[in-house]
Design a protein around this ligand. Structure first.
Ligand code: PEP
Length: 252
């Protein structure tokens, strides 16, 4: 079964409006829907509307928020709801990025509520998981990620689960320049697909896109994306430069 190939760019807290829109224009001008890759851009929330407008008629480019609130709306000063994101043309929401887990104390229980809210609002979650270096060195990475998935997304019905994109991002590889080897990435992605298969069966497992994240760059994207269970990448630093991100999009 062929799975959706995805190159997602997480800008984190970078770019001004002008620089961000120039980046989007550049990416758009140098990619086409014929490449068969879904490009997802995740700018900071203040730029989402402008980015969504720029790519509204580009079927191969979608826009993701980097976070959302778990409640439908109300007195949550400074927060952004799923309904708001939907109203400006956002299609996906990144949830559970390791930076949100570490700096904002987001745990699996909260993330499960956010996942539910995103799906209830008709958007699609990109659910991040991944272990720290000590966890990997203790050879506990598979059970650690299994618990993240158990508590974060495996409560979903098969119908809802089939709308989720998973991003495996070992924390030791994020923003460090150290990339997981293609074997490490493939091993973990195979494990994750096996976990999905156990919960939801082969059909769902075979159709779930699992992205690798952690220092993906033009020099390593091709070999990572060539792995049987790696369906694309969630890219931080290299998504901020159009030539690099376009090269990554074209690495499938
Ligand atoms: C990320 O932010 O999800 C990420 C993987 O960052 P980088 O590509 O810079 O390691």
């Amino acid at each position: 079964m062929s799975r959706q190939k995805i190159a997602a760019g997480n800008w984190k807290m970078n770019k001004t409006l002008k620089d961000g829109l120039d980046l989007v224009k550049d990416i758009r001008a140098n990619t086409t829907s014929e490449e068969g890759v879904l490009t997802i851009l995740a700018p900071p929330s203040v730029f989402l509307k402008a980015v969504a407008e720029l790519v509204a008629d580009a079927p191969h480019i979608r826009v993701a928020a980097q976070n959302c609130h778990q409640e439908e709306g109300g007195a949550y000063t400074g927060e952004v709801s799923v309904e708001m994101l939907k109203s400006i043309g956002v299609s996906h929401v990144i949830l559970g990025h390791s930076e949100r887990r570490e700096y904002f104390g987001e745990g699996n229980e909260l993330l499960a509520r956010k996942v539910d809210r995103v799906l209830a609002g008709g958007l699609l979650p990109i659910f991040c998981c991944g272990e720290s270096l000590p966890t990997r060195e203790a050879e506990e990475h598979v059970s650690y990620v299994a618990q993240q998935l158990e508590e974060g997304i495996f409560h979903l019905s098969a119908e809802d689960f089939s709308k989720v994109v998973i991003a495996y991002e070992p924390i030791w590889a994020i923003g460090t320049g150290v990339t997981a080897s293609k074997e490490q990435a493939q091993d973990m992605h195979r494990e994750i697909r096996a976990m999905i298969q156990k919960h939801y069966g082969s059909e769902v497992a075979e159709s779930t896109s699992i992205l690798y994240g952690g220092s993906v760059k033009p020099a390593n994207a091709k070999e990572l994306f060539a792995q049987a269970d790696v369906d694309g990448g969630l890219v931080g630093g290299a998504s901020l430069k159009a030539p690099d991100f376009v090269a990554i999009i074209q690495s499938f």
